[in-house]
Design a protein around this ligand. Structure first.
Ligand code: NAP
Length: 253
């Protein structure tokens, strides 16, 4: 499916929507949290570094957006109980969830498989796929309370075609694509909850710098540049789209 980089969102696109963004303190997650709030959403900022989340919180408040909420969580150590406690807290506070952007991600190491450390492999799988899956299970009842809930899992081009040395990161993104197919199919007769994958494409963030240290970052789009597709997929204009694999920008040539 083509990307929506030219999409022009209505200023109040996400008014009255409660949207949770993981990895909201930095990079693409930070830009999504700010952009969703700017378009009217009450954003729940989830991440592992509270100081970063507080900065985003302050930016949203300073811009006059709806008061956000901070939810500190580290996917590495998070248990099923943590996810269920989280669902209970959000239920008490909001009673429903209209959007869930799974954005937090860990690169791990780009290294030959023969040298891949098994503990690091587990860590990457935990943060990129296992944690998000169990969090989604815990939050499904809240998403089902929404009239139009959008769940977005962040993918990558290496989750669609394997690439040497990308190890657990690539495998976790393939798993993401597969899980979304399964869940979307299960939810096919619940049109009020849709689930899709979104590949941001090469974007100017810390993760990209770590993966491609020799690259000139100014040749890349910024997180802000790719927000039109993030807004389209989170908001009502994409209602009816489920089980799709989207791109936030045309491929870098
Ligand atoms: P980033 O700048 O490294 O940001 C990653 C975010 O994930 C940070 O907020 C980080 O929190 C959070 N995070 C990492 N480990 C976590 C954990 N254990 N628990 C909770 N939060 C955790 O990366 P990005 O480039 O914005 O990437 C965002 C998403 O896009 C990822 O899923 C990535 O795989 C995907 N992606 C990015 C690109 C690209 O070119 N940038 C391309 C394809 C896909 P802290 O700040 O506290 O560490």
């Amino acid at each position: 499916m083509s990307c929506k980089i030219d999409y022009q969102p209505a200023p109040n696109l996400l008014e009255n929507r409660i949207v949770l963004v993981t990895g909201a303190g930095e990079g693409i997650g930070r830009a999504a949290a700010l952009s969703y709030a700017q378009h009217g959403a009450t954003v729940i900022l989830l991440g592992r570094t509270i100081a970063k989340l507080e900065r985003v919180y302050d930016e949203i408040e300073a811009a006059g957006g709806p008061q956000p909420a901070i939810f500190p969580l580290n996917f590495e150590g998070a248990t099923l109980k943590d996810f269920h406690d989280m669902a209970e807290t959000l239920d008490k506070e909001f009673g429903r969830l209209d959007g869930l952007l799974h954005n937090a991600g860990l690169l791990g190491r780009i290294t030959p498989f023969e040298q891949y450390n098994p503990e690091l492999w587990q860590q990457v799988m935990q943060v990129n796929i296992n944690g998000p899956i169990w969090m989604t299970q815990a939050l499904l009842p809240l998403l089902q309370e929404s009239e139009d809930a959008s769940v977005i899992f962040t993918s990558s081009s290496v989750g669609r075609k394997g690439r040497a040395y990308w190890g657990a990161y690539s495998v976790s993104k393939f798993a993401t694509e597969g899980f979304v197919e399964v869940l979307a199919d299960e939810l096919a007769n619940q049109p009020n909850v849709r689930v899709n994958t979104l590949n941001p494409g090469a974007t100017r963030t810390q993760m990209r710098r770590t993966a491609y240290p020799g690259e000139d970052p100014f040749t890349l789009r910024t997180p802000e540049d790719i927000m039109p597709t993030y807004l389209w997929l989170m908001g009502p204009d994409s209602a009816g789209t489920s089980g799709q694999k989207l791109d936030a920008q045309p491929p870098k040539v």
